[in-house]
Ligand binder design. Structure first.
Ligand code: BV8
Ligand code: ZN
Length: 245
């Protein structure tokens, strides 16, 4: 049973999507929560008793690469056992009806592609990719568990997760693609993110400044809620089916 005020919001969003030819979706850990993957800052927001901010840093890796790799190996093992949920599949479906559709994700779990999304911008990297600290070569590695410490076959250098850590710059091309997407969209959906991590959190305001109708889908209001046209409270997997033609 949908509350009347939620139904009004859903109808308004559907109306905007009907008229849209360019749509951008930005996702955070909340879209994977319904797949059983812990979020970063929610009540269960711990990763094996560690907070992302303390281990997802270059300093932590240079100080103790084994600890950081053990933590990522644990996360890779957890993610490998999970499947995309209805929210991921709905977003993959959304690619069809619009002239232009962009998916930008802060998630590193690879579940959007597993659900059929064709070209997500993975702003914070991908937990299934490794990068050599010597020759900077990037490759996929799906070993679970991964043999620690992993070394580059080309140059013997130490491999690291190809993930953007705190204090590291995001990939320039990914940032440019994301800015262009939100600056040229009629509708932007911000799904399952606490809106705390920059520069990803600045995309909502940028979209609004450029005339997009901006919708947040979350279990609760967030620090970027006041930048939204509509904040729809609920689970992504329950709400997204309303917007699929
Ligand atoms: C950089 C990889 C500069 C690690 C991650 C201003 C400008 C620029 C930088 C900064 C700035 N202010 C502060 C900074 C520094 C920092 C930052 O933002 N810090 C924060 C904590 C204040 N930013 C950086 O360091 C970035 N780098 O800017 O570099 C620079 C430039 C040049 C040269 C040198 C440096 C790098 C940021 C990337 C960090 N890496 N991840 C890993 O995963 O191992 S960030 C990490 O947080 C994850 O990637 C995650 O995706 C991201 C955001 O978290 P969320 O996805 O939002 O997850 P969260 O748990 O917080 O929230 C989940 C939400 O879902 C909740 O709201 C919940 O209610 C909701 N939810 C739950 N279930 C559901 C749901 N919603 C719907 N349905 C459900 N079922
Ligand atoms: Zn190498």
């Amino acid at each position: 049973m949908i509350m009347p005020e939620i139904q009004i919001q859903i109808d308004l969003i559907k109306e905007k999507l009907e008229k849209a030819d360019t749509v951008t979706v930005l996702t955070g850990a909340g879209i994977s929560a319904d797949s059983g993957i812990p979020t970063f800052r929610g009540t269960h927001g711990l990763w094996k008793n560690h907070r992302a901010e303390e281990l997802a840093t270059p300093a932590a890796f240079s100080k103790n690469p084994k600890l950081v790799w053990e933590w990522y190996d644990w996360r890779r093992g957890l993610i490998a056992s999970k499947e995309p949920n209805a929210g991921h599949y709905m977003i993959a479906e959304m690619e069809k009806p619009f002239t232009r559709f962009h998916l930008i994700t802060q998630n590193v779990d690879g579940l959007h592609e597993k659900a059929g999304s064709t070209n997500p911008v993975e702003l914070h990297g991908n937990i299934w990719k490794v990068r050599c600290t010597g020759c900077h070569g990037i490759s996929f590695n799906f070993d679970v568990p991964i043999k620690l410490l992993p070394m580059c076959k080309e140059c013997g250098g130490l491999l690291r997760p190809h993930i953007v850590w705190f204090g590291e710059p995001l990939d320039k091309i990914d940032i440019e693609k994301s800015y262009a997407a939100v600056q040229n969209s009629n509708v932007v959906l911000i799904i399952g993110t606490s809106g705390l991590v920059y520069p990803a959190a600045s995309l909502a305001g940028m979209a609004r400044e450029n005339g997009a109708f901006v919708v947040e889908i979350n279990l609760e209001r967030t620090p970027i809620s006041e930048e939204m046209d509509v904040t729809l409270i609920g689970k992504a997997k329950d709400l997204l089916p309303f917007f699929i033609r």
